[in-house]
Write a protein that binds this ligand. Structure first.
Ligand SMILES: Cc1ncc(COP(=O)(O)O)c(C=O)c1O
Length: 462
C-alpha cells in the first residue's frame, strides 16, 4: 500500500466516513474530490472521472451550473436565513411549495420541508401516527416496508430500510416495523415463475402479512418506485397494480419514497407516474435541488393535513420541525432547479436518452462476471456473480464489488458497489449520448480487469 498523502492523512485522523469499512479505510485513505464540471469531477491530482452516480443519486443537473450558483448567492445576499416555526415564513418556501403542488402527480394539500431523505421518511411515519390518533384508531400504527428497501438512517428511517447493515448492532428495526418480500425477480422468483405471477404472489404475501398482523394495527406501506441503494431493483410487471388494491382493502396509507426516482430519474417527473400508481403521500429530496444544497420534503394529502389541524388544536401546537426545514437559500435553489428542469425539458430528454443507456447497460449482461444487468430510465444495476448459471454470489469478504469500483476509478469512472456486489449507475440526467458511451466503455474495461483479478485470485471463473 503506497503511503498516504498529507491531505489523506489529515482525513484519516479527523473524519468518520459514512458507509465505509472504517478499519480498512485507515490503510486505503480517501479519494478526495476537488471540483466538478458537467458530468465530470476531478480529484486532488486533477484526474477527471465521469460521475456515474450523480454524487449519491442526486446531482441531476451535473456540476458547475451557474444559474443555481447565482440563485443561491442572490438569496443569500437578500435573506440568508429565516425559519418557518411559529407561523413565520419567507417567499422562497411559499413559492416552492406552490410549485410542488402544481407538479405533484396526485392531489397534494400542503408541503412540509426538511433537510434529508431520512428526515422526510421519519416525518412520514410521525404524520401517519398522528393521522391515526386524530382518526381515533390508536392501534393502527405498524408500518410495512420491504426487504432491501432503502429509506435512510435515522432511527425510524433505518427501521424502514430493509438492509442488514443498517440494523445489525444498532438494535434496529424498532418494534412495529415489518418488511415484506423484495420484488426482485432474478433473485426471488420461483423457478419458471413469470414476472406477473411473481407480482401476484408478492401481493398475496403482503395481504397475508397484513391479515396476520391484524388490519386494525397496520397503518402504512412505504415503497420506492424503483429500489435504489438496495441494488437497483425494478419491480416485476404488474407489481404496483397488484399491491395498491391490497393497501386500499385494508385502509393502509401508501407512501412513495421518491428520494431517488423523483425529478426525472425514470423519465417522468415522479417515479410513481412511470410505475403507474397513485400514492397518498410522497417523500422528496436529492434532485429537488440537484443536490446544490440540502433540502427535502413531504407532500401531504388533504386528509392528513386535516389531522394535523385537529391534533395541533387539541395539543396546542404541531410539535415537529427542523431549524433548517425550507431554508430560504436551499428553497431558492430548488425553485431554480425546477425552473431549469422545465425550461430545458430535462426529464423529456432523459426519457429520450434512456433507450441508449439501457441498451448499453443490458449488453453488459453478456459479460462473464455479470449475473444480471437491470435498470429503467437513467438508473442501472450490474450484479456481479461467481457463477452465471447458478447465480451464485461471491463470498462477501472477497469484496469483488469494491474491487470493481477501484478498477472503474482507475478507468476514470465513479460507480458505487452495494450489498451483493451490485454496481449501481445513476449519472446526471444531463449526460450526453457521447458521455453515456464513454461511461459504458470505461465500465466494460473495469469489468474485464475485475474478471482478470477474480481469475488470478481463483475466486471463480476459471
Ligand atoms: C430512496 C431513498 N430514501 C431515503 C434516502 C435517505 O436520504 P438521506 O441520505 O438524504 O437521508 C435515500 C438515500 O439514498 C434514498 O435513496
Amino acid at each position: 500500500m503506497p503511503p498516504l498523502s498529507n491531505l489523506a492523512t489529515r482525513d484519516v485522523e479527523t473524519l468518520v466516513h459514512p458507509y465505509t469499512n472504517l478499519a480498512r479505510f485507515r490503510d486505503t485513505g480517501p479519494l478526495v474530490i476537488e471540483r466538478g464540471q458537467g458530468v465530470y469531477v476531478y480529484d486532488s491530482d486533477g484526474k477527471p472521472y465521469i460521475e456515474g452516480m450523480a454524487g449519491l443519486w442526486c446531482t441531476a443537473l451535473g456540476y458547475g451550473n451557474e444559474e443555481l450558483v447565482e440563485a443561491a448567492a442572490a438569496q443569500m445576499r437578500r435573506l440568508s436565513f429565516a425559519h418557518l416555526f411559529s407561523g413565520r415564513s419567507h417567499d422562497p418556501a411559499i413559492e416552492l411549495a406552490e410549485k410542488l403542488k402544481e407538479i405533484a402527480p396526485v392531489p397534494i394539500s400542503k408541503v412540509f420541508f426538511c433537510n434529508s431523505g431520512s428526515e422526510a421518511n421519519d416525518t412520514q411515519v410521525k404524520l401517519v401516527w398522528y393521522l391515526n390518533n386524530a382518526l381515533g384508531r390508536p392501534n393502527k400504527k405498524k408500518i410495512i416496508s420491504r426487504m432491501k428497501a432503502y429509506h435512510g438512517v435515522t432511527v425510524v428511517a433505518a427501521s424502514l430500510t430493509g438492509l442488514p447493515a443498517n440494523h445489525r448492532d444498532f438494535d434496529l428495526p424498532l418494534p412495529g416495523f415489518l418488511h415484506a418480500g423484495c420484488p426482485h425477480h432474478y433473485r426471488f422468483a420461483h423457478d419458471g415463475e413469470s414476472e406477473e405471477d411473481f407480482a401476484t404472489r408478492l401481493a398475496a404475501e403482503l395481504d397475508a402479512m397484513i391479515v396476520k398482523e391484524g388490519p386494525d394495527s397496520v397503518a402504512a406501506f412505504i415503497a420506492e418506485p424503483v429500489m435504489g441503494a438496495g441494488g437497483v431493483i425494478v419491480p416485476p410487471k404488474t407489481y404496483f397494480e397488484k399491491i395498491m388494491p391490497v393497501c386500499a382493502r385494508h385502509d393502509v396509507f401508501m407512501i412513495s419514497d421518491e428520494v431517488i426516482c423523483g425529478f426525472g430519474r425514470l423519465g417522468t417527473t415522479f417515479g410513481c407516474e412511470t410505475m403507474k400508481f397513485a400514492p397518498h403521500s410522497i417523500s422528496i429530496a436529492k434532485a429537488l435541488s440537484s443536490a446544490y444544497l440540502p433540502i427535502a420534503g413531504v407532500m401531504i394529502p388533504e386528509n392528513m393535513y386535516q389531522a394535523l389541524l385537529t391534533e395541533s388544536e387539541k395539543i396546542g401546537v404541531f410539535g415537529h420541525g427542523f431549524t433548517y426545514g425550507g431554508h430560504p437559500v436551499a428553497a431558492a435553489v430548488a425553485l431554480k432547479a425546477i425552473e431549469i428542469y422545465s425550461r430545458e425539458r430535462i426529464f423529456e430528454k432523459a426519457a429520450e436518452r434512456a433507450p441508449q443507456f439501457q441498451a448499453r447497460l443490458k449488453a453488459l449482461g453478456e459479460h462473464p462476471l455479470v449475473g444480471e444487468a437491470r435498470g429503467l430510465g437513467l438508473i442501472g444495476g450490474v450484479e456481479l456473480v461467481a457463477d452465471k448459471t447458478s447465480k451464485r454470489s461471491f463470498a462477501a469478504p472477497h469484496g469483488v464489488g469494491a474491487r470493481a469500483v477501484q478498477f472503474a476509478e482507475a478507468e476514470g469512472l465513479i460507480v458505487r458497489a452495494v450489498l451483493g456486489d451490485v454496481l449501481t449507475l445513476c449519472p446526471p440526467l444531463v449526460i450526453s449520448p457521447a458521455e453515456t458511451d464513454e461511461l459504458f466503455d470505461r465500465l466494460k474495461r473495469a469489468l474485464d480487469k475485475t474478471l482478470d483479478w477474480v481469475r488470478r485470485e481463483r475466486l471463480a471463473h476459471s
